[in-house]
Design a protein around this ligand. Structure first.
Ligand SMILES: Cc1ncc(C[n+]2csc(CCOP(=O)(O)OP(=O)(O)O)c2C)c(N)n1
Ligand SMILES: [Mg+2]
Length: 349
């Protein structure tokens, strides 16, 4: 494993000797997506508290990981296989925000992923997405497509059998896949300290014969660097990479969780000092490319954008009881046909 990759430091300066691939205009673009993510999270948490939104896992504190990794992909040919904390990565990749929002509102038809958007559905069953991600990458290679899969997983998920099976098969088949492990220090209330005895989750790659890289996950420039290198490697046919993006979950696990019952407030305070968004803003301020006025203007613009998506999702049709039978079988078995008929009869009667 290489030493932890770092470019943009917490004080907003570039590390000595670092040569970021991300140029200023691109960094402003990254900041836009990171702020959009934070604003969306803040808004939907408020909506959930008012009973208007489903259970939601925010990406707060992890925006550099989420955005920096997605920006390394080409949405016209690459695929994202998400867990559930990478919402803005999938939106960056072309999944309309109103569609993923509709999913959280329990809408069915309006939540369908459009054809041509190379994103798999959100996966809540931990690590179950990874064997499928390896299968997808292997299949793309067999079909001669010039595509790479970025699969997301948490550090907690790396204790699951599926994680090891997927990485093993990807190594053996040299599949074009990047395993992007967000080590946010928590698996609900289980601390990273008791998750594994390893000193770095990136070491796990060695067991499967491909490189593991550790990166400062609160540094969007560094995340982008290592993600681009891993994507290039995969595209050239050199096989998978495991990236451990070391970050911190600055909010709760999801809207049902209360971290004040298990999180040391000092640890939280320390993490706040490494805020991935403030770091970029400090750096751009130093270059004369950022100030309070620009922040206010962009915040207003992004808030409006998010609001449009939310309104579209709220306006989309709600599911009907018979929708429970839809999208499961191409040819439903007799008992399912009968159950649906009984439901419709019952309603008529
Ligand atoms: C197979 C399975 N086991 C347990 C759970 C319950 N569960 C939901 S999230 C979670 C923790 C996941 O932690 P991590 O992989 O670090 O991802 P994070 O939530 O921190 O992004 C657990 C145990 C689940 N959803 N699926
Ligand atoms: Mg975690």
């Amino acid at each position: 494993m290489q030493e932890r990759h770092s470019v943009l430091q917490a004080d907003g300066t570039i590390a000595a000797g670092a040569q970021p691939r991300m140029e200023e205009e691109f960094l402003l673009e990254a900041l836009r997506w990171m702020m959009k993510s934070r604003l969306y999270d803040t808004r939907v948490i408020a909506l959930q508290r008012q009973g208007q939104f489903g259970v939601f896992s925010p990406g707060m504190g992890q925006e550099a990981s989420i955005v920096g990794s997605a920006m390394a992909l080409d949405p016209t040919r690459d695929w994202i296989v998400p867990q559930y904390r990478e919402l803005m990565a999938t939106v960056h990749h072309g999944l309309p925000l109103e569609i993923i929002t509709a999913q959280y509102l329990g809408k069915i038809a309006p939540a369908r992923i459009p054809d041509g958007v190379r994103v798999l559905p959100t996966q809540v069953s931990i690590a179950a997405q990874l064997p499928q991600a390896t299968g997808l990458a292997w299949g793309l290679r067999l079909r001669g497509e010039d595509a790479v899969v970025m699969a997301y997983i948490g550090e907690g998920g790396s204790s699951e059998g599926d994680f090891h099976e997927a990485l093993n098969l990807a190594g053996v088949t040299k599949s074009p896949i990047v395993f992007f492990l967000q080590n946010n220090q928590w698996a609900i209330s289980t601390s990273r300290r008791v998750q594994s005895a390893t000193t770095s989750f990136a070491f796990r790659a060695a067991g499967y014969g491909f490189p593991g890289v550790q990166v400062d996950g609160n540094d969007v420039m560094a995340v982008y660097d290592v993600a681009v290198a891993a994507v290039e490697r995969a595209r050239k046919g050199e096989g998978p990479t495991l990236i451990e993006s070391v970050t911190y979950r600055m909010s709760f696990h999801n809207t049902t969780d209360n971290p004040s019952r298990y999180e040391d407030p000092k640890e939280h305070e320390e993490a706040r000092k490494r805020d991935p968004i403030e770091r970029v803003q400090k750096y751009l301020t130093g270059l004369g490319l950022w100030d309070k006025k620009r922040e206010t203007e962009l915040t207003e613009e992004l808030t409006r954008e998010n609001e449009v998506a939310l309104q579209m999702a709220f306006a989309a049709p709600a599911p009907t009881p018979e929708d429970v039978f839809a999208n499961v079988y191409e040819h439903p078995p007799e008992r399912v046909v009968q159950q649906k008929a009984e439901l419709l009869d019952g309603r008529r009667g």
